[in-house]
Design a protein around this ligand. Structure first.
Ligand SMILES: CC(C)(COP(=O)(O)OP(=O)(O)OC[C@H]1O[C@@H](n2cnc3c(N)ncnc32)[C@H](O)[C@@H]1OP(=O)(O)O)[C@@H](O)C(=O)NCCC(=O)NCCS
Length: 156
């Protein structure tokens, strides 16, 4: 990681962690103005896919989504921050832990709104499972995310 010239940058392949942000728009919500769970899971899936593919350096597909929880309502205009990090690497599969946080503009507190465990499988050009190399420590990405993302939170 480099902080030279005031810019924070992470070299590709150095970190297995991904942070994705979204602003919740009316089209993402139910008639009460609350974010739909399916839309949130879609965004979480994208963050997890980028995390898996960055690590595996090949296309990865979702094979399971487990232990999805929705803990806090998210409203129109809120900013969502989705963190995805590798928690386990097997032969061709990777487990990705995803957490989503919300914050209202101008408010200093972030709420943990959702958590889930995704499993992705690396595939080759024929769509067959292909082994991933254990080339780095999956936990390293998580530690880096925690360091970068140090705003006050509640609900952990
Ligand atoms: C991913 C896919 C190629 C795997 O094919 P497969 O014949 O099940 O492969 P295998 O049985 O050899 O399993 C491959 C790995 O996936 C894991 N796996 C397969 N199904 C799984 C599941 N439901 N949950 C967790 N892990 C699973 C296996 O444990 C194995 O892991 P390992 O190699 O690290 O030990 C195939 O299931 C597929 O194409 N699924 C559709 C994926 C997709 O389109 N996703 C988008 C959403 S629809």
């Amino acid at each position: 990681m480099s902080a030279k010239s005031g810019k924070l940058s992470v070299k590709l392949g150095e970190s297995s962690g991904v942070i994705k942000t979204e602003v919740v728009c009316p089209n993402d919500t139910n008639p009460m103005g609350i974010l739909q769970g399916g839309r949130l899971v879609q965004w979480m899936d994208i963050a997890a896919a980028v995390c898996a593919q960055t690590f595996a350096e090949t296309i990865c597909v979702t094979v399971s989504i487990d232990r999805v929880s929705f803990r806090h309502p998210v409203r129109v205009g809120d900013i969502l921050t989705i963190e995805a990090s590798l928690s386990k690497v097997a032969r061709t599969s990777m487990q990705i832990r995803v957490r989503a946080w919300s914050a209202a503009i101008g408010k200093p507190i972030k709420y943990l709104v959702s958590e889930a465990e995704f499993v992705f499988v690396a595939i080759d050009e024929q769509g067959r499972p292909t082994p991933v190399q254990k080339k780095s420590n999956p936990r390293r990405g998580l530690r880096k995310l925690k360091k970068i993302y140090s705003k006050k939170r509640i609900g952990v």
